[in-house]
Design a protein around this ligand. Structure first.
Ligand SMILES: Nc1nc2c(ncn2[C@@H]2O[C@H](COP(=O)(O)OP(=O)(O)OP(=O)(O)O)[C@@H](O)[C@H]2O)c(=O)[nH]1
Ligand SMILES: [Mg+2]
Length: 476
């Protein structure tokens, strides 16, 4: 059984975790949720709320020697009217890690079990307190570092994303009901909904799907899978590098400058995320129309990227000039929020030692560049290839934190589901126009409703829950 299915199976057990941050602070919180919260508090010699109203008590918990009695403030929600939709409690005390861990231990001795990451929020979701987009927004609030993503997460929590989606789903279900009602009377030639009206209503839905898609795109900063471009002079070894990293032969490799013309995309998994690696034409003057176009495409790919890998052939005698030229292009193609990374390729053919080569690279780049942003490798011998992928992963992690925040998670899920919703709507319109039976149209509308429902979690799968909740930290 995978982790989340276990969580679903023991939904009623009482879980406990520290809910405050690991940093020392004046106030710390231990949270409990589950059917036996009152019994467990009782076994910890704590008073509990009777009746149904939530109550606050000042109390003490004995943590044994050497700590002894610790003053706590206890909040007890005896019924399902709590954040998780289950009986819950919070113990507020001085924010020292050993004290908080002591309380967690006492609760476990009294019958609770340690919570898994995201389990409190998962319960809130399963208890109908939050929908999936809101659950992800909780994660967003926890992770948000910049002001912008915090506001976005808070808005999402308030439902500004789920409400329009719910309204859309209602309309789809109404439409489905109308189409299905007609199916019962096909033989009698009674028309519940005309083809024209059906197409008209489907088009309105299609329009709404596209609008939601646009909003998602703005929030997610473009397509979900981040684009990482390879840029550099002709023959620098970009295409070979891409093939090695992706373990494919997506790009043509040849010892002739100007081999790559079109942008060649190849997907690859880097750590936990999938990226689109874009191999581009080598940078050159653009003397003929084909060259001009390939330069233009390369530039566009570069401007779409969240990470740009600038490749320079380490075996060149005029290495400094080559780097300076790339620097100029990188400035010209710069767009805010992109991260640049410098790779010296073909190390196997370089006269310099690796530290010297690194130093040379760093000395040309702007102040503030560090070894995290430069790399030496040989795609031919494999030297430095594993660590290259690791460095790319950590750069992408830092971009996620800085720029996009976790609202991206919703964007990704929505894009997939909206894509399916769009296909189903297109199909339904096509089937209606070509005069196919309404039973086929109804089948597509059902798929459409399911896809939209997925976005807010009205229809969900363990796999989906896994993806959302595995990203939480324990105690949330
Ligand atoms: N010795 C050595 N040769 C390499 C290495 N990487 C690539 N090459 C060779 O360098 C030549 C050019 O490689 P490509 O990957 O086609 O170069 P590119 O940067 O894509 O070139 P354009 O498409 O013209 O811009 C090929 O003959 C490769 O086999 C390497 O790490 N070491
Ligand atoms: Mg190439």
């Amino acid at each position: 059984m995978n982790g989340q299915s276990e969580v679903l199976a023991d939904f009623e057990q009482t879980i406990v975790a520290i809910a405050s941050s690991a940093e020392p602070s004046s106030r710390g919180v231990v949270r409990l949720s589950g059917l036996d919260v009152a019994e467990i508090l009782g076994r910890m010699d704590l008073e509990t709320a009777r009746g149904s109203a939530a109550k606050r008590f000042d109390a003490e918990v004995n943590l044994g020697t050497p700590i002894g009695w610790v003053p706590v403030s206890l909040l007890h929600w005896p019924t399902e009217r709590s954040y998780t939709g289950q009986p819950s409690a919070e113990l507020h005390l001085f924010g020292s890690q050993p004290l908080l861990l002591g309380i967690v231990d006492r609760a476990i001795q009294a019958g609770a079990r340690a919570a898994r990451p995201g389990e409190f929020t998962l319960r809130a979701f399963l208890g109908g307190r939050l929908d999936l987009t809101q659950a992800e927004a909780v994660l967003g609030v926890i992770e948000a570092e910049g002001r912008g993503s915090l506001n976005q997460a808070l808005e999402q929590l308030a439902g500004n994303l789920s409400r329009p989606l719910e309204a859309m789903r209602d309309e789809i279900l109404n439409l489905l009901a109308d189409v299905e009602a007609g199916l019962d009377f096909v033989d009698e030639d009674i028309e519940f909904i005309s083809d024209e009206l059906l197409v008209e209503r489907l088009k309105v839905i299609l329009n709404q799907i596209d609008q939601t898609w646009e909003t998602m795109k703005q929030r997610g900063g473009g397509s979900y899978d981040p684009v990482v471009t390879l840029r550099g002079e002709p023959n620098a070894g970009k295409s070979f590098l891409m093939n090695q990293v992706t373990q494919t032969e997506a790009a043509i490799v040849a010892d002739v400058p100007g081999t790559t013309r079109d942008v060649v995309y190849s997907r690859v998994k880097i750590g936990r995320r999938e990226i689109r690696l874009a191999d581009t034409a080598g940078i050159e003057a653009g003397r003929c129309e084909v060259e001009r176009q390939s330069q233009q495409h390369a530039k566009e790919a570069s401007q779409q990227a969240m990470l740009r890998l600038w490749c320079v052939d380490a075996s060149r005698s005029d290495l400094e000039e080559a780097i300076d030229m790339l620097l100029e292009v990188s400035h010209a193609e710069r767009k805010s929020s992109v991260i640049d990374f410098w790779i010296a390729t073909k190390f196997d053919r370089c006269e310099l030692s690796e530290p010297d080569l690194m130093e040379l690279l760093l000395s040309r780049l702007s102040a503030g560049s560090d070894t995290k942003r430069v790399h030496v490798c040989s795609a031919l011998t494999g030297h430095g290839m594993d660590s290259l992928v690791e460095k790319i992963e950590s750069l992408l992690d830092s971009i996620d934190r800085e720029e996009i925040g976790s609202v991206l998670g919703t964007a990704a899920r929505c894009q997939q589901s909206l894509g399916r919703a769009r296909d189903a709507t297109d199909a339904a319109i096509g089937l209606t126009i070509s005069g196919q039976g309404h039973e086929f149209v109804a089948a597509e509308i059902r798929l459409l409703a399911e896809a939209i429902g997925e976005v807010t979690g009205a229809v969900y799968t363990d796999d989906l829950l896994d993806r959302v909740f595995s990203r939480f930290c324990i105690g949330k």
